[in-house]
Every structure is written in structure tokens, then in C-alpha cells.
Design a binder for this molecule. Structure first.
Ligand code: ADP
Length: 250
């Protein structure tokens, strides 16, 4: 189905009926030397991953469960920018289907506060260079009913639009948007990505609580910086810079 307009995404595609996790598969393939832009797609994941060991429910034929292997020409510290590129692409692609969604920093796409899609970026790098970046994307497309645990926090294009949505269309829209914003990143025009991200986000200006492994931080999220870190002004006026790594935002 490879779309003619796509330049590098999907030049090579691994497609599965069922797989443990597309990100795990992508990591193995990346280590084996699979090229930039390789896609791993599955109809179902039996062990879909969220961040920090969390699970991502990926029922058969109901969503887009994919991973991309990327070999960006960026320094390791710049790699988180790719998560912002993916979030913008995901929000833009679903908006094309009439969904008024927003980006919750750093990696979720929400509709009326419920999670419509999630992004999981995993970076393999040395001190001075990136080996590869895996970007996993899960978009709930035609899910009619979520598990009891997710019912109150998750949504799908089907539940919002009240009609089935063509998964292939959403997939191709996402890939095109991703290539567009990724090319901005490559050309040194990340400011344009940031601008879009800011226009689409629902985190900046909010009172947030950041839950890390060892501490919690509360304050107003007032901006993100050029590396995608969230800037928080605490009640005592001091500013904290939060990288997405291992924290949750509430
Ligand atoms: P968080 O957003 O809580 O920081 P993640 O981004 O790692 O966490 O996403 C994993 C979480 O998303 C899970 O713990 C679960 O609450 C929720 N989740 C799992 N599967 C889905 C899904 N298909 N749609 C929406 N939310 C999901």
C-alpha cells in the first residue's frame, strides 16, 4: 500500500497479524541494521508497551499499532524532539478526520481529556551519537469498547465520530504529517514544529503535578524549551525544567 508521496517511511515494512510489542521488534530489527524509515505494523499487540513498564492495550484490528525505526542526524540530547514531531503528526492526522484533539505533554493525544493515542520513544545512543530511535505510536481507531480500567480514560475515533473510520487513511495521514515535520527537524526548522506543538497542546498554562521516581513537583507549566523539556514555575517562584524520561504528569 506504500503511498507514493512518502519519501522514507515504509520503504521497508514488517507486517504482523499479532506480535508482542512493535517497539520490541523494532529494536531487534534496528540492531540488525534495518534502515531509517522501516515500519513495523501489527493488527494486534499482546504486550503493547506504555512508558515506565506500563501496558498499552492493542486489540485486534481496532487501532494503528506501529513502530518506526529512525536514524536521525541529531545529537543524543536532541532526540526528545522526535517525540514532539510524532505528537504533532498524530494530532494533525486525527484532526484531519474531524477530531478536535490536543497534545498532553509529552506523549499523549487527548480528546475531551481522554486518551486517543500515545507515543513511546525509545532511544539507543552513545555519548556523542544516536544509534537509532524507535518511535512507537498507538492510535485507537475503531475500538468500540475499552476494558473496565480504560473506559473512563480512553477514547477512539469510532467512539467520537460514532462511525467506523478507515485505518489505512489515518495511517497514511499520520505518516505524511510525520515526514513533513521530521523534515523540518532535519532542516534546522524545529521552531516550526514547536510552534505547531504549542498551538495544539493542552498542558501549557495548566497547574500540573509531575510525579518522578523520587520526588513530586507541583506548579504552573508555563512553556516548553527548544529541546522539548517542560518548564514549571513552582509556588515559591522557582523554575524547574522537566525532561520527559521517567515522569508522569497529572
Ligand atoms: P501515562 O500517560 O499514564 O504517563 P503512558 O503514556 O505510558 O502513561 O501510557 C500507558 C497508560 O495508558 C496505561 O497505564 C493505561 O492507563 C493507558 N492505556 C493503555 N492502553 C491504552 C489505550 N489503548 N488507549 C488509551 N489509553 C491506554
Amino acid at each position: 500500500w506504500k503511498d507514493e508521496e512518502l519519501k522514507f517511511l515504509g520503504n521497508k515494512i514488517y507486517y504482523y497479524e499479532s506480535i508482542g510489542s512493535t517497539n520490541e521488534k523494532a529494536k531487534i530489527l534496528a540492531v540488525n541494521g534495518e534502515p531509517h524509515g522501516t515500519l513495523i505494523l501489527s493488527e494486534k499487540q499482546t504486550m503493547g508497551k506504555g512508558r515506565i513498564g506500563r501496558k498499552w492495550e492493542s486489540p485486534k484490528n481496532e487501532g494503528i499499532w506501529l513502530s518506526m525505526i529512525l536514524r536521525p542526524n541529531l545529537s543524543p540530547e536532541e532526540a526528545p524532539k522526535i517525540t514532539l514531531v510524532a505528537a504533532v503528526a498524530c494530532a494533525k492526522a486525527t484532526r484531519k478526520h474531524g477530531i478536535n484533539c490536543a497534545i498532553k505533554w509529552p506523549n499523549d493525544i487527548l480528546y475531551e481529556g481522554k486518551k486517543l493515542a500515545g507515543i513511546l520513544t525509545e532511544i539507543s545512543a552513545e555519548i556523542d551519537r544516536i544509534n537509532h530511535v524507535i518511535v512507537g505510536v498507538g492510535i485507537n481507531v475503531n475500538t468500540k469498547k475499552f476494558s473496565v480500567e480504560l473506559e473512563s480514560i480512553a477514547t477512539s475515533l469510532y467512539l467520537i465520530k460514532k462511525e467506523p473510520v478507515d485505518r489505512k487513511k489515518v495511517l497514511i495521514d499520520f505518516l505524511k504529517e510525520f515526514e513533513y515535520f521530521y523534515s523540518k527537524l532535519e532542516k534546522g526548522e524545529f521552531q516550526d514544529v514547536l510552534k505547531e506543538w504549542k498551538a495544539l497542546n493542552c498542558t501549557i498554562g495548566r497547574n500540573v503535578k509531575i510525579i518522578g521516581k523520587t520526588k513530586e513537583i507541583e506548579g504552573i507549566a508555563f512553556d516548553i524549551d527548544e529541546l522539548g523539556a517542560l518548564l514549571i514555575r513552582k509556588n515559591d517562584g522557582s523554575v524547574e525544567r522537566i525532561l520527559s524520561g521517567d515522569v508522569s504528569l497529572r
